[in-house]
Design a protein around this ligand. Sequence first.
Ligand code: SF4
Ligand code: SF4
Length: 423
Amino acid sequence: MQHKIQAEKFGSRGAGMAHAVETCVHCGFCLPTCPTYQTLGEEMDSPRGRIFLMREVLEGNLAVEAAQPYIDKCLGCLACETSCPSGVEYGNLISPYRAHAREHGKTGPLRKAFRAILQETLPYPARFRFLLRMGAIVRPLKGLLPGVLKASFDLLPKNISSADSLPEIFPAKGPLRARVGLLAGCAQQVLAPEINRATLAVLSENGVEVVIPKSQSCCGALAMHLGEEERAKALARKNLEAFEQAGPLDAIISNAAGCGSGMAEYRDLFLGQPEEERAAKFSSNVQDVSLFLYNLGIKQPKGLPEPAKIAYHDACHLAHAQGVREAPREILKTIPNLTLLEPLEWEVCCGSAGTYNIEQPETADILGQRKAKNLAATDADAIATGNIGCLVQIRGQMEKRDTNIPIFHTMQILEKAYQTDEK
Ligand code: SF4
Ligand code: SF4
């Protein structure tokens, strides 16, 4: 796409934005894989349409506010990157563009307040737990609330766990094969603390010592998604420091796809800034737990106690953003008594996408129902995935259609297969 974007006007990430625009050749191959285009049917809700809109804004031909409804509806799922034959790096455009729009556009007061609440609670486990408890108390009154707030109540968990304080070092079982750092994840610690416990057990079982630095913070992915670049940088700086202080690490492990791809973005976040080298080193060491274990080679699990059919759901931030599809499947295939099933439309987002199911509940609901239908059609006994956001979204959508298929993180299933080992 030809353009007249003056990249230098947009800071260190301007060149990446201009490059993404100019590599787009308008072919439209990405359109059928874009969940919002499939759902809403508008060119401006497609990757090609959004690239055009962002170009117009960056060139100064269009007001930020005119493009914003279409930009807001983008899930950031990056299915368009996977399907683009020209290699358009859409992520390098949408992420800094959101920061630009946040700085130069106008946001309504209700939305501003809602986003402020999200940012002041979700990244802080104690505050988030408090918010969920308050939510559970006022849930009976949800009918009186405006649409966006009402939809948030559907995502509230039935049980809210107590704080689970993780040790700073979790030892390896047997001979030491590797030493890694673990990002504990903020919302995940509250919504499903058992995922971290399962991850630690599995890593330990495989001879991996895990360091969980106490001074780590939220990965910043939520702030990036909302275009709050300075906030994202502040959080990223804390993590750079926390994991550097942990000593030599073979990898920085994430067990939530959204956090993993957020940390992989630190390199771009600090482009041309004093932290650039440290951030690049950090990002290149980030790995999803499934990929790390697959590369390490896992200890053979004995198997599940009963034969079970497991459908694997690809989280967009694992499959599209990090290109990790094979590793979790190969891990699951090593488990005796487990039959791996593939749902239709693996590439289509479930509608979770960070805070998307809170901010865009109608579209998220359509995508969630579509995902739940495809997963239910596999006739699986359970679902495996690698992202807490997908897990919460799919569980809620399954409940809506009265389909009782439980959903677990891949590490929980592997942990189960190892527990049987010990019996
Ligand atoms: S497939 Fe790639 S080049 Fe073609 S319209 Fe989409 S983003 Fe542009
Ligand atoms: S990131 Fe996802 S929703 Fe956004 S344009 Fe690309 S495919 Fe569509």
